[in-house]
Design a protein around this ligand. Structure first.
Ligand SMILES: C[S@@+](CC[C@H](N)C(=O)[O-])C[C@H]1O[C@@H](n2cnc3c(N)ncnc32)[C@H](O)[C@@H]1O
Length: 228
């Protein structure tokens, strides 16, 4: 699918598409590295034009260990033509439970291209709580943010917010992407995995950019890595 079709869809749905141009192969490589594609069950959120999907498709041993979500009809049509052997559903990431092969299917890796901080705060929270709970102990949640927006308070608050539940393990800059992006990886601790508490999810204060202000400390045992 061409970048221009992606751009057209951005113009029609800027908050949902969240980016003017598809991800580069450099970003896709950074998003898909260090994953055990021979065994892991991988869920991709917001497949878009399929930049990440292509790298997953090339590496995943068992195609049944993949589930992708793309809400946009035009983009979904392109994805199904290109990746006939992967299960990519035209639905919202919020509908995860409807599509898992087994109700208790462990998810080892979540690769998200969703523009979390431009979606409505309620939708972001709904998706995050669902996927933090569904992630297997030891599993990875990986997403990206554009470098120029990364320091913005709303994005930093978002990262802190997720860090309450998952351990922030790395932040890698991909300069060759347009625009440059940071790949942010979180991991669910193997023990004492805590369920997302909806009590912490409250309407955003006026200045929060959508996410509730957080205490400066993480939850006990959550050794937070310095942000690069
Ligand atoms: C930044 S773009 C994807 C970039 C993708 N990596 C690429 O290279 O094309 C984000 C995608 O998330 C999709 N999206 C937004 N909200 C969604 C939702 N609730 N469920 C599933 N997909 C969603 C958008 O339609 C868009 O294709």
């Amino acid at each position: 699918m061409s970048g221009w079709l992606f751009f057209k869809n951005f113009l029609q749905n800027p908050r949902s598409v969240g980016s003017v141009w598809p991800s580069s192969r450099y970003l896709a490589e950074a998003m898909t590295k260090d994953i055990a594609f021979d065994a892991d069950f991988v869920v991709e959120l917001g497949c878009g034009t399929g930049s990440m999907t292509h790298h997953i498709d090339a590496q995943i041993a068992n195609k049944e260990n993949y589930l992708g979500f793309e809400i946009n009809r035009d983009l979904h049509v392109g994805l199904t033509k290109r990746f006939g052997s992967l299960r990519i559903v035209k639905d919202s990431a919020t509908e995860l439970r409807r599509y898992l092969p087994e109700e208790d299917q462990p998810i080892n890796v979540i690769l998200s291209s969703l523009p979390f901080t431009s979606l409505s705060p309620a939708l972001s929270e709904q998706i995050l709580s669902l996927y933090v709970d569904a992630l297997a102990p030891g599993g990875l949640f990986r997403m990206f943010l554009y470098t120029h927006t990364y320091p913005m308070p709303r994005n930093q608050r978002f990262i802190q917010h997720v860090s309450q539940y998952l351990e922030l393990t790395s932040v890698e800059t991909v300069w060759k992407n347009f625009p440059p992006a940071k790949v942010v990886t979180f991991q669910k601790r193997s023990t004492a995995a805590e369920r997302w508490s909806h009590e912490t999810i409250r309407p955003a204060p006026q200045t929060s950019g959508g996410f509730a202000s957080l205490p400066t400390h993480s939850r006990p045992g959550a050794a937070q890595q310095p942000l690069k």
